[in-house]
Design a protein around this ligand. Sequence first.
Ligand code: SF4
Length: 360
Amino acid sequence: MVNLKQFNYGELERWVRKQGWKKFRAKQLARWIYNKKAGSYDEMTDLSKELRNYLKENTKLNALELITYEKSKEDGSIKLLWRLEDGHTVETVFIPEKGHNTICVSTQVGCAVGCTFCFTTKDGLIRNLTTAEIVDQYIQTQRFVGLDRRISNVVFMGMGEPLANYDNVKKAVQIMTDDRMLGLSNRKITISSSGIIHQIKRMYEDSSFPQVRLAVSLNAADQKTRTQLMPISETNTLEDLMDTLNSLPVKTGYRIMLEYVLIKDVNDRPEDAHRLARLIGKNKKRYKVNLIPFNPYPGSPYERPDEDRVNKFHQILWQYNIGAFVRWSKGQDISAACGQLRKKDLGEKISFLTKESLKT
Ligand code: SF4
């Protein structure tokens, strides 16, 4: 049975015509699904009963079922755990920020990339998420937190490597940026990749992939350390990656974000900061550096650097006039921070809160 969130607008129109209906039905459906974020066909009150029954019998509207959620006492971010139709689970994080709200979506169940500092990768890759499963994370989270707390920013930084699920992610981005559907600003969507070079090039050459922001996990400024942290660097070398990033046609206002997880005594020394500055070299205007102090998890092989070390690293980059920012990850107390989402996290530590208490 087809899920309607699987279609971009052109496909939705084609599907509507195939049912023998007039084109305006596509507009009507898109308004209910994406604008009003209807959770059931019964909410679509301007559709005839007959039509609603047809839709109920022949299509699906939702792709996820909420199992549980947890709210951070530190910063109000909320981690939501969803069950997919085949029983697998994925997580989404809602992050309230000053003046706007962000959602961090997952794109795969597990991940095959195998970064050694990442909690998500421990079970390997199970499968790609469908377009509907990606888009529904946005819609259902928005319903959950309330339509008055509009989610304006989307980061593809949850479980999985987005560019390894290229077609489904591309269609999800089309749905998110289409004014007839979710209508988000392209500038407020970020795809974060571990640095799969041919997929990054493909994305920039693909005229049907809406232009959004790119973030790349760098994590080291030398090949040896990067390979230790990210085995993908063996085949997608640091040198080739930087050559590619330096030559991408990046629009003004769309700087590439270099993500750098700072790990104690691995990549956080002053000489690492100088090396990173030299690696960026004359391309300072092309990049912004996000420094993310590592979030240890139970059994993690690495430690978080202390604050002085983080600040020193940050200062060195500024001395080179490189735009660098420290991101003390949100939601640390609920394991919602970068690299901490996991396929299954149904442990006792998830507390059941009432929906009302989340709004306080
Ligand atoms: S950091 Fe991202 S790309 Fe690397 S293993 Fe984790 S989820 Fe995959």
